[in-house]
Ligand binder design. Structure first.
Ligand code: UTP
Length: 293
């Protein structure tokens, strides 16, 4: 697909400043985005997805109590020198790899005033360019990364794109839901959006899963967006404003995705990713079979 007609997506924003109240008590003193899945913190999977999608200028929106995120992506000279003394060069290389993963910038959202407000904090860094947003607590698994897929579709349409997945009707109340017209395989033109509707009011079962390509028009839309559900500035409401001036498309993802902010979803992510692990996956499979007998 050609991207000559539209400005290229070069930057990513990862909002990670939320309070994580659904995952208390761990989130009392730990950033939700640092919750490990097997042996990596959630946000490392997210950064790796951005990089695998060709985007390595990444702005992480942090807040109070989130310093562990910055430490994780920084060099750790003390740890490296201890490992070198032990001749554990494998571990040293792994640590260096994390610090070199991407060109990461940070900005603080001073009050956790909602996902929309967090994205607005990125305006200066992004300027007048399209960009991707990856929620810092959502992991997607696919050979062709979800974000790369979205960028490829953005390159075709030159319009904002949201990734969606089908969810059971009774769960629509946990998500931003789109009303949409099918325009291709797994592809929709968005007609309307609603944040966390009740199952009877939901316009569909297509839920936004935390991956977006946004045009810079979103910043004007966000500036117009008043606090909505839960007193927070909702990105979904800003997308509704954007829709008045610009088209938005949705791409349906079928691969697994996990909301790490939700305890059960985190447990599933941990089990599924651990089963894929070469070192202990087969052993775990045996153990689970025994356990469930
Ligand atoms: P969530 O919708 O899961 O909100 O945020 P939350 O506040 O973190 O969690 P709960 O609902 O209280 O359990 C989705 C992503 O957006 C970020 C979060 O850090 C998470 O990665 N976020 C949310 C912000 O950066 N700022 C906010 O004000 C809210």
């Amino acid at each position: 697909m050609s991207n000559t007609e539209h400005p290229t997506v070069k930057k990513a924003v990862i909002p990670a400043a939320g309070l994580g109240t659904r995952f208390l008590p761990i989130t009392k003193s730990q950033p939700k985005e640092m919750i490990p899945v097997v042996d990596k913190p959630t946000i490392q999977y997210v950064v790796e997805e951005a990089v695998a999608s060709g985007v390595n200028d990444i702005l992480i929106i942090t807040g109070r109590g989130k310093r562990a995120i910055e430490d994780h992506f920084d060099r750790s000279f003390e740890l490296e020198s201890v490992l070198k003394k032990k001749n554990d060069y494998n571990a040293v290389a792994k640590l260096e790899e994390i610090a070199k993963l991407a060109d990461i910038h940070y900005i603080r959202q001073k009050i956790a005033a909602g996902l929309g407000h967090a994205v607005l904090c990125a305006e200066k860094h992004i300027g007048n360019n399209p960009f991707v947003v990856l929620l810092g607590d959502a992991i997607t698994l696919s050979n062709n990364p979800c974000t790369r897929n979205l960028i490829e579709h953005y390159n075709k349409f030159g319009a904002s794109m949201v990734a969606v997945e089908r969810v059971p009707r009774q769960e629509v109340k946990n998500y931003g839901i789109i009303q949409a017209e099918k325009v291709g395989d797994y592809l929709y033109k968005v007609i309307d959006l609603v944040e966390k509707p009740s199952p009877k009011d939901a316009p569909s079962d297509l839920a936004m899963l935390g991956r977006y390509v946004l045009t810079p028009g979103i910043f004007k839309a966000l500036a117009q967006t008043k606090p909505g559900l839960g007193g927070e500035v909702q990105l979904t409401d800003a997308l509704k404003h954007l829709l008045k001036n610009e088209e938005i498309y949705a791409f349906e993802v079928t691969g697994p995705r996990y909301d790490i902010g939700n305890k059960l979803s985190w447990i599933k992510a941990t089990i599924e990713l651990a089963l894929l692990n070469e070192e202990f996956g087969p052993e775990l499979r045996k153990y689970l079979k025994e356990l469930l007998k």
